[in-house]
Design a binder for this molecule. Structure first.
Ligand code: ADP
Ligand code: MG
Length: 503
């Protein structure tokens, strides 16, 4: 029996000394710990392909299938692995990642012969499914005491080439809301029938609303259905850089061939082509070649084709041949659903009031929504404190100031409640307690608590130095009344809408 509370040093000694205590023998159990921590999908995709390495160095080490995988894993999943290792061994365990030498060399060669611009090939000769098989085979072989001979994994040769596709952006983890139901339907239709009716698919809309996500999702879905497809994601800017590099290096024939031999070409941010005439010219020919062969083209932009100034007319008209669809900012429910999804998929505990607070303050950009969440998580893990509404308001208030809508201030709440109830802000701050005034004050305190994220103490101070228990009582009173009296509830929600400027 191997004790669970051995230290890294013991492990290292074991690794060096005996085949019974090498990393192989611990690996299945470490994986079991990981399994408790991450979603099944994440586990299958990112942990199953790892292979433990027996080494006499002072760090437990695992092989990744390729460089892209390693970079991605290091950024997104290494912590989970380290935590699992630490739980398992009972001492802080930091894994090192590596790509087996033979693979690294062959990848470097492919990268050199491919393009000047840094592209990442995911999949390559191995599909995720193939990786999964390798992982499963490895698991079977991972019996205690059995040393695994390192062989090249046996996988059927596959030609699926996905250039620059981010496997994390899928249809599954895209939350469909009122502003994105059409574009989502269009994107799934395209992925079900690439090169069919909707060619090109042109998606436009504001920043951070999911255009790039949907584009990658199309790529991922098509690759899943047909691993033989050649799929390339590129920004219009990198397309231009690649073109320039190919001219410089006298590789234009290769450049043309590369893009014209794609089955699916996903070009992000095409408004960048504005004013870049030779790039437009080259893109025009690429477009025609692919279109004639019924290859799928997907384009995104922050503007509709009509709004892209100085775009050559012939290119504009081609952009309009297929389907043009836009992404709209999500409503409050969708923003909350997106946050909840992120929280759940990362297995984090955050209460609904914090989620509502973030969703209410960031209205027009999902990237910022995620950014707020990440900030909060980082702060919580640094300080070791639980995430509360107070913490959220403290950490995020400056972050929200960069948002176009901005946070609600207590002063805004007082002003609006005052005007609805026909009392002045000074009266709200006073000690007078006529019945109407007291009720208006309680509503204002409740809404300050709901909408600004300020603490009870902060609210108390803003209302003429009232005690926090007075604020707490007011919030409870109004919440109770809203539960039992639908009319009253409607009236409070109306005020809330006014404060938000929706009425
Ligand atoms: P855009 O390309 O429109 O600027 P992105 O596609 O880069 O926006 O989206 C920004 C971030 O928000 C990404 O991390 C993306 O995964 C996330 N995101 C956007 N829309 C959604 C959605 N509807 N559901 C889940 N995540 C989303
Ligand atoms: Mg984008």
């Amino acid at each position: 029996m191997i004790s669970r509370t051995i230290s890294n040093q013991d492990l290292v000694k074991g690794l060096a000394g005996s085949s019974m205590t090498n990393l192989d023998t611990h690996w299945p159990e470490i994986l079991d710990v990981v399994r408790q921590k991450v979603a099944q999908q994440t586990f299958n995709t990112w942990f199953m392909p790892l292979q433990p390495v027996n080494t006499d160095k002072n760090v437990p080490s695992v092989d990744c299938p390729d460089r892209f995988f390693m970079d991605w894993f290091s950024e997104h999943h290494l912590n989970a692995l380290n935590e699992a290792g630490s739980d398992y061994f009972g001492t802080e365990t930091l894994f090192s990642l590596q790509v087996p030498e033979a693979k690294a060399i062959s990848q470097a060669m492919t990268a050199n012969s491919a393009t000047a611009e840094p592209t990442v090939e995911t999949g390559g000769t191995e599909t995720p499914a193939a990786r999964l098989d390798t992982g499963a085979a490895q698991q079977k072989a991972n019996q205690p005491g059995i040393l695994i001979k390192k062989t090249t994994p046996v996988t059927a040769p596959r030609t699926a080439t996905m250039t620059n596709i981010n496997p994390e952006y899928t249809f599954d983890n895209f939350v469909v809301g009122s502003g994105t139901d059409l574009v989502f339907a269009a994107a799934t239709a395209v992925s079900n029938n690439p090169g069919g009716h909707f060619n090109p698919l042109f998606i436009h809309g504001g920043v951070g609303l999911g255009k790039t996500h949907l584009m990658h999702a199309i790529g991922n879905a098509i690759a899943k259905d047909d691993p033989d497809k050649r799929i390339c994601y590129i920004t219009a800017e990198n397309f231009m850089n690649d073109l320039i590099a190919s001219i410089r290096d006298r590789r234009t024939p290769e450049f043309k061939l590369k893009y014209r031999s794609m089955d699916v070409l996903l070009v992000d941010d095409v408004a960048f082509l504005t004013g870049k005439e030779s790039t437009q010219e080259e893109f025009f020919h690429t477009f025609n070649a692919l279109y004639d062969l019924k290859k799928q083209i997907v384009l995104t932009s922050d503007r509709s084709p009509k709004e892209i100034t100085t775009l050559e007319e012939r290119l504009r008209s081609r952009f309009e041949w297929g389907l043009i669809t836009d992404v709209q900012p999500p409503n409050l429910e969708t923003r909350m659903a997106i946050l909840k999804r992120k929280v759940e998929s990362n297995q984090i505990m955050i209460s609904d009031d914090v989620i509502t607070y973030i969703a209410e303050n960031i209205t027009d950009n999902i990237r910022r929504l995620e950014g707020a969440l990440i900030r909060l998580l980082a702060f919580a893990s640094l300080t070791g404190n639980e995430i509360s509404l107070e913490m959220a308001s403290e950490v995020l208030s400056s972050f929200f100031q960069g948002s176009s809508s901005g946070p609600v201030k207590i002063a805004d709440v007082m002003k609006t409640v005052g005007s609805v109830h026909d009392v002045t802000v000074d009266q709200l701050k006073s000690k007078r307690r006529t019945q109407d005034l007291a009720r208006a004050r309680q509503i204002a305190m409740y809404l300050s608590r709901e909408m600004t994220g300020a603490s009870l103490n902060q609210i108390g101070r803003a209302f003429g130095n009232k005690d926090h228990s007075t604020v707490s009582y007011a919030c409870q009173k109004i919440a109770d009344l809203m539960k039992t009296d639908a009319r009253f509830r409607g009236a409070v929600l109306d005020i809330q809408d006014r404060i938000r400027g929706r009425r």
